[in-house]
Design a protein around this ligand. Sequence first.
Ligand code: FPP
Length: 250
Amino acid sequence: MLPFISKKNNKSILSLDDIKLPSHVGIIMDGNGRWAKKRGLPRSAGHSAGANNFRTITRYCNKIGIKYLTVYAFSTENWKRPEDEVGALMKLFKSYLQEAIADFKDENIVVKFIGDRNAFSPELQSLIDENEKLSADRTGMVLNIAMNYGSRDEIVRAVKNIAVDVKDGCLTIDDINEKVISDNMYTAGQPDPDLVIRPSGEYRISNFLLWQSAYTEYIIMDVLWPDFNTGMLDDALIEFARRNRRFGGV
Ligand code: FPP
């Protein structure tokens, strides 16, 4: 079922109660299209199923105590998809953002968006703003939804912002360090992701959190996103806990 997860020592760790959870988890929600194709359905049906699963997994992450969850919902490159598929995704985002305003209140989830929101319709942009504004004072998990997000685009934006600060005299070239760069990313103030999970079996980073994931542990799972479930997430978290992170040290 999960051929890319090592089974070594897994028996010695039985449940989430026994392990230290990562504080920041990223998920590349991949495989919706293949899930639909396998069932003879249009790709948009795969995205609907993916959106439902996203609701389940988000709530579960908050419940078990993950502090930050970043999900890749739409990349800067996804605009290249057929118009009807992009349209179906925009519809899904709209209905999800409408319901998230009320739904995440009880769950105490802080909703943030990373990516260039200017490309979205005014209606979607207002929903994005409203979600962020209404959830800002909550104290639960921070959910970063990456929409029209591309890591290279984010880095270009950060470089431009820093260049403006240097030009305006707020910063000197010698002041530029890793913290200044991190502070100019969409994820400013948040810890780097400890773990990124990629369902669908693809061994690619796909322009996701390139700067932030310098020392992130990756887990690739052979399951399509709509079929990814909470048990599989537990397996990934247990596998993560087994890993020996050295951050370049010994
Ligand atoms: C990648 O699978 C998935 C996407 C590009 C869209 C992800 C979006 C959702 C899960 C919708 C939910 C999001 C929100 C915020 C409501 P793919 O289409 O590339 O799959 P394939 O590789 O099998 O073709």
